[in-house]
Design a protein around this ligand. Structure first.
Ligand code: NI
Ligand code: MN
Length: 224
């Protein structure tokens, strides 16, 4: 499987001939090296409906007709725009052609750009090619992350460090202690001035606690 970090909260995953996008905020994302015209996903997973996560979903949906996977209320909104969506909700999991998707809680908000209720924001746990990925979505620190780590044995944790809208570095360090991933990858920082954070400082702090950190450059792809 190939995992490419597109900056902010956005990822592109390639596995067994499938392309999967998470939170495809590309065209207005100043740090993403690729734009909506460059992607052709089969599936798009959304953590919530804020503009920096929903991103170019409508444009990409109209172009490539992927299956959107997200919480019920947001899925209904996407369907009302003529797109294909699979409704799920927090705590639920389901096997898709590329692997398994499970939604978790996230402490945050969610509303569509046109002002519609979009359900609860979420985190997502993916099982693909025997690897487990936990993308926390936008969230503050919460104690149930401990439970999420215990139950799921996380290989890769995508964890926000940018502060202001989500956890900052110190809370993110605690989140890593709770989840105990094999590798933590910082996200949701340095896209904009307001979420400026130093990933090297995060790395130092979690390594001091005995955890591994992989800082992915914006646009970098790793094979796992
Ligand atoms: Ni958000
Ligand atoms: Mn966000």
């Amino acid at each position: 499987m190939k995992i490419r970090y597109l900056g902010h909260s956005a990822f592109q995953i390639k596995t067994n001939g499938y392309e999967i996008l998470i939170d495809p905020f590309l065209d207005d994302n100043p740090v993403s090296p690729i734009k909506s015209k460059d992607v052709h996903p089969d599936f798009v997973i959304l953590t919530h409906a804020h503009g920096d996560h929903l991103g170019d979903s409508i444009k990409i949906g109209n172009k490539s007709n992927p299956l959107f996977i997200c919480v019920n209320e947001l899925a209904e909104w996407l369907k009302s725009k003529g797109l294909k969506a699979h409704n799920m909700h927090i705590g639920g999991s389901r096997n898709f052609e590329f692997g398994k998707v499970k939604f978790t809680i996230a402490h945050h908000g969610s509303i569509t750009p046109d002002g519609n209720y979009a359900g609860e924001p979420a985190g997502v746990i993916l099982n693909i090619e025997n690897k487990t990925i936990y993308h926390t979505g936008d969230t503050g620190l919460f104690y149930d992350m401990k439970l999420i780590g215990e139950i799921n044995s996380i290989d890769y944790m995508f964890v926000p460090i940018g502060d202001n809208f989500t956890m900052g570095i110190d809370d993110a360090v605690k989140a890593v202690e709770f989840v105990k991933p094999k590798i933590a990858i910082p996200i949701h920082y340095n896209t904009f001035e307001i979420i400026k954070a130093d990933p090297e400082l995060f790395k130092q702090k979690i390594e001091a606690n005995g955890f591994n950190c992989r800082i992915m450059k914006f646009g970098e792809e790793i094979e796992v």
